[in-house]
Design a protein around this ligand. Structure first.
Ligand code: ADP
Ligand code: MG
Length: 259
Protein backbone atom coordinates (compact mmCIF):
# COMPACT_ATOMS: atom_id res chain seq x y z
CA UNK A 1 0.00 0.00 0.00
CA UNK A 2 1.34 3.44 -0.83
CA UNK A 3 2.21 5.83 1.99
CA UNK A 4 -0.30 8.46 0.86
CA UNK A 5 -3.17 5.99 1.12
CA UNK A 6 -1.94 4.81 4.52
CA UNK A 7 -1.88 8.44 5.62
CA UNK A 8 -5.46 8.97 4.39
CA UNK A 9 -6.69 5.82 6.14
CA UNK A 10 -4.98 6.93 9.30
CA UNK A 11 -6.75 10.32 9.16
CA UNK A 12 -10.13 8.66 8.62
CA UNK A 13 -9.58 6.40 11.61
CA UNK A 14 -8.68 9.35 13.82
CA UNK A 15 -11.78 11.27 12.66
CA UNK A 16 -13.89 8.23 13.50
CA UNK A 17 -12.03 7.91 16.81
CA UNK A 18 -11.01 4.34 15.97
CA UNK A 19 -7.68 4.71 17.70
CA UNK A 20 -6.93 1.04 18.17
CA UNK A 21 -7.42 0.37 14.46
CA UNK A 22 -5.15 3.27 13.63
CA UNK A 23 -2.45 1.95 15.93
CA UNK A 24 -2.75 -1.57 14.47
CA UNK A 25 -3.49 -0.70 10.84
CA UNK A 26 -0.12 -1.43 9.30
CA UNK A 27 0.40 -4.66 11.22
CA UNK A 28 -3.12 -5.89 10.40
CA UNK A 29 -2.74 -5.06 6.71
CA UNK A 30 0.56 -6.88 6.57
CA UNK A 31 -0.87 -9.88 8.38
CA UNK A 32 -3.87 -9.99 6.02
CA UNK A 33 -1.61 -9.83 2.97
CA UNK A 34 0.69 -12.59 4.27
CA UNK A 35 -2.17 -14.90 5.20
CA UNK A 36 -4.22 -13.94 2.15
CA UNK A 37 -7.20 -13.28 4.41
CA UNK A 38 -10.66 -12.92 2.94
CA UNK A 39 -11.98 -9.32 3.00
CA UNK A 40 -14.61 -10.33 5.52
CA UNK A 41 -12.02 -11.93 7.84
CA UNK A 42 -9.83 -8.86 7.66
CA UNK A 43 -12.73 -6.54 8.46
CA UNK A 44 -13.83 -8.76 11.32
CA UNK A 45 -10.35 -8.68 12.81
CA UNK A 46 -10.04 -4.90 12.60
CA UNK A 47 -13.49 -4.23 14.06
CA UNK A 48 -13.14 -6.97 16.66
CA UNK A 49 -9.94 -5.42 18.04
CA UNK A 50 -11.50 -1.96 18.08
CA UNK A 51 -14.58 -3.15 19.97
CA UNK A 52 -12.42 -5.03 22.49
CA UNK A 53 -10.26 -1.95 23.09
CA UNK A 54 -13.26 0.36 23.52
CA UNK A 55 -15.01 -2.09 25.85
CA UNK A 56 -11.97 -2.45 28.06
CA UNK A 57 -11.50 1.34 28.24
CA UNK A 58 -15.14 1.75 29.15
CA UNK A 59 -14.93 -0.89 31.91
CA UNK A 60 -11.84 0.81 33.36
CA UNK A 61 -13.59 4.18 33.33
CA UNK A 62 -16.78 2.90 34.96
CA UNK A 63 -14.74 1.00 37.55
CA UNK A 64 -13.01 4.18 38.62
CA UNK A 65 -16.32 6.10 38.63
CA UNK A 66 -17.85 3.47 40.93
CA UNK A 67 -15.47 4.52 43.78
CA UNK A 68 -14.90 1.03 45.14
CA UNK A 69 -12.73 0.93 48.29
CA UNK A 70 -10.71 -1.81 46.57
CA UNK A 71 -10.99 -3.65 43.27
CA UNK A 72 -11.18 -7.39 43.93
CA UNK A 73 -13.07 -9.58 41.49
CA UNK A 74 -15.42 -12.30 42.66
CA UNK A 75 -12.98 -14.88 41.31
CA UNK A 76 -10.56 -14.03 44.14
CA UNK A 77 -13.18 -14.85 46.80
CA UNK A 78 -12.40 -18.10 48.61
CA UNK A 79 -15.80 -19.75 49.07
CA UNK A 80 -14.29 -22.74 50.85
CA UNK A 81 -13.39 -20.47 53.78
CA UNK A 82 -17.01 -19.33 54.14
CA UNK A 83 -19.26 -22.41 53.87
CA UNK A 84 -22.34 -20.50 55.04
CA UNK A 85 -22.36 -18.72 51.67
CA UNK A 86 -24.17 -20.57 48.91
CA UNK A 87 -21.65 -20.29 46.06
CA UNK A 88 -24.30 -21.12 43.47
CA UNK A 89 -26.49 -18.32 44.74
CA UNK A 90 -23.61 -15.84 44.40
CA UNK A 91 -22.83 -17.14 40.91
CA UNK A 92 -26.46 -16.65 40.02
CA UNK A 93 -26.23 -13.06 41.26
CA UNK A 94 -23.03 -12.62 39.21
CA UNK A 95 -25.08 -13.17 36.06
CA UNK A 96 -26.73 -9.82 36.92
CA UNK A 97 -30.33 -10.99 36.43
CA UNK A 98 -31.12 -9.36 39.77
CA UNK A 99 -30.29 -6.01 38.21
CA UNK A 100 -32.68 -6.59 35.32
CA UNK A 101 -35.40 -7.59 37.78
CA UNK A 102 -34.68 -4.65 40.07
CA UNK A 103 -34.06 -6.95 43.05
CA UNK A 104 -31.97 -5.88 46.02
CA UNK A 105 -29.22 -7.93 47.62
CA UNK A 106 -28.60 -7.65 51.35
CA UNK A 107 -25.41 -9.12 52.77
CA UNK A 108 -25.41 -9.64 56.53
CA UNK A 109 -22.62 -10.86 58.75
CA UNK A 110 -20.00 -9.99 61.36
CA UNK A 111 -16.85 -7.98 60.50
CA UNK A 112 -14.27 -9.47 58.16
CA UNK A 113 -16.39 -12.21 56.60
CA UNK A 114 -16.21 -10.71 53.10
CA UNK A 115 -19.33 -8.52 52.82
CA UNK A 116 -17.48 -5.67 51.12
CA UNK A 117 -15.46 -8.06 48.95
CA UNK A 118 -18.64 -9.78 47.71
CA UNK A 119 -20.41 -6.52 46.99
CA UNK A 120 -17.39 -5.13 45.12
CA UNK A 121 -17.12 -8.41 43.18
CA UNK A 122 -20.80 -8.23 42.18
CA UNK A 123 -20.39 -4.54 41.36
CA UNK A 124 -17.53 -5.40 38.99
CA UNK A 125 -19.71 -8.04 37.29
CA UNK A 126 -22.39 -5.39 36.81
CA UNK A 127 -19.83 -3.06 35.24
CA UNK A 128 -18.67 -5.82 32.89
CA UNK A 129 -22.30 -6.33 31.92
CA UNK A 130 -22.47 -2.66 30.94
CA UNK A 131 -24.18 -1.10 33.97
CA UNK A 132 -23.18 2.00 35.87
CA UNK A 133 -22.43 1.33 39.52
CA UNK A 134 -21.78 3.55 42.51
CA UNK A 135 -20.37 2.41 45.85
CA UNK A 136 -20.62 4.29 49.13
CA UNK A 137 -20.52 3.54 52.80
CA UNK A 138 -23.79 4.29 54.58
CA UNK A 139 -21.95 6.87 56.71
CA UNK A 140 -20.61 8.80 53.70
CA UNK A 141 -23.92 8.62 51.89
CA UNK A 142 -25.89 9.90 54.87
CA UNK A 143 -23.42 12.66 55.58
CA UNK A 144 -23.57 13.77 51.92
CA UNK A 145 -27.38 13.76 52.01
CA UNK A 146 -27.39 15.70 55.29
CA UNK A 147 -24.99 18.29 53.88
CA UNK A 148 -27.01 18.65 50.68
CA UNK A 149 -30.21 19.00 52.74
CA UNK A 150 -28.62 21.85 54.73
CA UNK A 151 -27.58 23.58 51.52
CA UNK A 152 -30.97 23.22 49.85
CA UNK A 153 -29.59 20.74 47.27
CA UNK A 154 -31.21 17.55 48.54
CA UNK A 155 -33.05 16.79 45.32
CA UNK A 156 -29.85 17.05 43.29
CA UNK A 157 -28.05 14.69 45.67
CA UNK A 158 -30.90 12.18 45.68
CA UNK A 159 -30.73 12.19 41.87
CA UNK A 160 -26.99 11.56 42.07
CA UNK A 161 -27.68 8.36 44.03
CA UNK A 162 -30.62 7.26 41.88
CA UNK A 163 -28.85 7.64 38.52
CA UNK A 164 -26.43 4.67 38.71
CA UNK A 165 -28.17 1.45 37.77
CA UNK A 166 -26.72 -0.33 40.79
CA UNK A 167 -26.09 1.43 44.11
CA UNK A 168 -24.00 -0.33 46.74
CA UNK A 169 -24.40 0.87 50.31
CA UNK A 170 -21.82 -0.68 52.60
CA UNK A 171 -21.58 -0.84 56.39
CA UNK A 172 -25.09 -0.09 57.58
CA UNK A 173 -24.99 -0.31 61.36
CA UNK A 174 -21.35 0.51 62.05
CA UNK A 175 -22.14 4.08 63.01
CA UNK A 176 -25.29 5.40 64.70
CA UNK A 177 -27.62 7.37 62.42
CA UNK A 178 -29.43 10.47 63.71
CA UNK A 179 -33.07 11.28 63.08
CA UNK A 180 -32.47 13.51 60.06
CA UNK A 181 -30.02 10.97 58.59
CA UNK A 182 -32.57 8.16 58.98
CA UNK A 183 -35.24 10.29 57.35
CA UNK A 184 -33.00 11.19 54.38
CA UNK A 185 -31.93 7.56 53.99
CA UNK A 186 -35.58 6.56 53.87
CA UNK A 187 -36.19 9.13 51.13
CA UNK A 188 -33.38 7.61 49.07
CA UNK A 189 -34.69 4.07 49.54
CA UNK A 190 -38.18 5.24 48.51
CA UNK A 191 -36.78 6.86 45.37
CA UNK A 192 -34.92 3.78 44.29
CA UNK A 193 -37.73 1.48 45.31
CA UNK A 194 -38.65 -0.74 42.37
CA UNK A 195 -36.58 1.45 40.07
CA UNK A 196 -32.97 0.69 40.75
CA UNK A 197 -31.49 -2.32 42.50
CA UNK A 198 -29.13 -1.97 45.45
CA UNK A 199 -26.64 -4.10 47.32
CA UNK A 200 -26.54 -3.33 51.04
CA UNK A 201 -24.29 -4.75 53.69
CA UNK A 202 -24.70 -4.74 57.44
CA UNK A 203 -23.13 -6.24 60.53
CA UNK A 204 -26.52 -5.99 62.26
CA UNK A 205 -29.44 -8.34 61.85
CA UNK A 206 -32.69 -6.80 60.56
CA UNK A 207 -34.12 -6.97 64.08
CA UNK A 208 -31.45 -4.52 65.23
CA UNK A 209 -32.08 -1.95 62.48
CA UNK A 210 -34.55 -0.11 64.74
CA UNK A 211 -31.58 0.79 66.95
CA UNK A 212 -29.31 1.48 63.98
CA UNK A 213 -31.75 4.06 62.62
CA UNK A 214 -32.77 5.26 66.10
CA UNK A 215 -36.42 4.78 65.17
CA UNK A 216 -38.34 1.55 64.82
CA UNK A 217 -41.00 3.04 62.55
CA UNK A 218 -38.49 4.38 60.01
CA UNK A 219 -36.45 1.17 60.15
CA UNK A 220 -39.59 -0.87 59.43
CA UNK A 221 -40.52 1.40 56.52
CA UNK A 222 -36.98 1.09 55.09
CA UNK A 223 -36.93 -2.70 55.48
CA UNK A 224 -40.42 -3.01 54.03
CA UNK A 225 -39.30 -1.42 50.77
CA UNK A 226 -35.83 -2.99 50.70
CA UNK A 227 -37.01 -6.53 51.27
CA UNK A 228 -40.02 -6.45 48.97
CA UNK A 229 -37.85 -7.89 46.17
CA UNK A 230 -34.62 -8.99 47.78
CA UNK A 231 -32.10 -11.75 48.20
CA UNK A 232 -30.44 -11.97 51.62
CA UNK A 233 -27.04 -13.56 52.12
CA UNK A 234 -26.46 -14.39 55.75
CA UNK A 235 -22.79 -15.02 56.39
CA UNK A 236 -22.03 -16.84 59.62
CA UNK A 237 -18.35 -17.48 59.90
CA UNK A 238 -14.94 -16.33 61.01
CA UNK A 239 -13.23 -13.16 59.92
CA UNK A 240 -10.93 -13.63 56.95
CA UNK A 241 -8.67 -10.93 58.36
CA UNK A 242 -8.10 -13.26 61.31
CA UNK A 243 -7.13 -16.09 59.00
CA UNK A 244 -4.47 -13.87 57.48
CA UNK A 245 -3.22 -12.85 60.93
CA UNK A 246 -3.10 -16.50 61.96
CA UNK A 247 -1.08 -17.31 58.89
CA UNK A 248 1.33 -14.50 59.66
CA UNK A 249 1.67 -15.84 63.25
CA UNK A 250 0.36 -12.59 64.76
CA UNK A 251 -2.26 -14.35 66.91
CA UNK A 252 -2.42 -17.83 68.40
CA UNK A 253 -5.16 -20.26 67.43
CA UNK A 254 -6.74 -20.19 70.90
CA UNK A 255 -7.33 -16.43 70.54
CA UNK A 256 -9.47 -16.88 67.45
CA UNK A 257 -12.86 -16.69 69.07
CA UNK A 258 -13.60 -13.80 66.78
CA UNK A 259 -16.91 -12.03 67.29
P1 ADP B 1 -16.37 -7.26 55.71
O1 ADP B 1 -16.80 -6.23 54.73
O2 ADP B 1 -17.35 -8.36 55.91
O3 ADP B 1 -15.90 -6.67 57.02
P2 ADP B 1 -14.22 -7.60 53.81
O4 ADP B 1 -14.96 -7.91 52.58
O5 ADP B 1 -13.70 -6.20 53.94
O6 ADP B 1 -15.08 -7.98 55.10
O7 ADP B 1 -13.04 -8.63 53.99
C1 ADP B 1 -11.87 -8.34 54.76
C2 ADP B 1 -10.63 -8.67 53.94
O8 ADP B 1 -10.57 -10.09 53.75
C3 ADP B 1 -10.67 -8.09 52.54
O9 ADP B 1 -9.35 -7.81 52.16
C4 ADP B 1 -11.23 -9.22 51.68
O10 ADP B 1 -10.78 -9.14 50.36
C5 ADP B 1 -10.70 -10.45 52.39
N1 ADP B 1 -11.63 -11.57 52.35
C6 ADP B 1 -12.70 -11.76 53.14
N2 ADP B 1 -13.29 -12.94 52.91
C7 ADP B 1 -12.58 -13.53 51.92
C8 ADP B 1 -12.69 -14.76 51.23
N3 ADP B 1 -13.63 -15.67 51.54
N4 ADP B 1 -11.78 -15.02 50.25
C9 ADP B 1 -10.81 -14.13 49.95
N5 ADP B 1 -10.65 -12.94 50.58
C10 ADP B 1 -11.51 -12.63 51.55
MG1 MG C 1 -16.76 -4.20 54.93
Amino acid sequence: MNPAQLERLSEHLVKLRLFKSRERLEALLQHAAEKELAYSDFLEQVLGEEVAAKTSKNVTMRTSMARFPFVKPLETFDFSYQPSIDKKQVQQLASCHFIEHGDNVVVLGPPGVGKTHLSVGLGLKAIEAGYRVFFSTAANLISALTKAHGEGRLDERLKFYTTPRLLIIDEIGYLPIDRLGANLFFQLISRRYERGPMILTSNQSFGAWGEVFGDRVIATAILDRLLHHAVTLNIRGNSYRLKEKLKAGLVRAEETNDS
